[in-house]
Design a protein around this ligand. Sequence first.
Ligand SMILES: *Cc1c(COP(=O)(O)O)cnc(C)c1O
Length: 225
Amino acid sequence: MSVAENAKLIRNRIAEACDRSGRNANEVKLIAVTKYVSDQTTREALEAGIRHIGENRLVGFLNKRKKFNEQAIWHFIGTLQSRKVKEVIDDIDYLHSLDRLSLAKEIEKRAEHRVQCLVQVNVSGEGSKHGVAENEAVSFIEKLADFKSIEVVGLMTMAPHITDKAAIRSVFRRLRLLAETVSGKNWAHAPCKELSMGMSNDYEIAVEEGATFVRIGTSLVGKEL
Ligand SMILES: *Cc1c(COP(=O)(O)O)cnc(C)c1O
């Protein structure tokens, strides 16, 4: 299937998941994760009306941003090494992987503008996953008030690679409850309205649980590289 056909199918499924959970489909923004695909396929995604592009590696991010710059909103979804911050931070519209104070400090030092950040939370507790521990997230976000360049617009998580849908759902639900706890604090630096959760295999569950950004690669643009 073409990227446009995939996009249509995914948008339909998002709309159905919104119907099931009493949400409005325009609350959910579809991010095309283009890390495994060429510029040509990225162009097809843009031509299919997708406005959000996500990349997890510095080089891929900068290359695609340079080519398609103002045609999209740019999401950095991978681990960002502190020493690379200066090369990329002012090109990032949304950083989905803020997970440590050392990274916040480097952003504070290098960013010319305020950066919209999502704090990555390791809800599933898997050792292989990045992110702040669930029970440390609120105090971590409180500390970010000291950094004028950082706005905590939301939270991000990755569900474990398992088939147990109830367990996946519980990870997404816990992220939503955590975001509600943070936004309930009314901290000026942390409105925390966005939930970045859901990938090719689990985005419908994520939408039912409140996702506002779904990050979809394989089932939308495929895997070429
Ligand atoms: C690769 C990646 C995705 C997309 O994964 P798919 O399963 O291909 O949809 C989403 N989020 C992050 C952080 C990724 O690295």
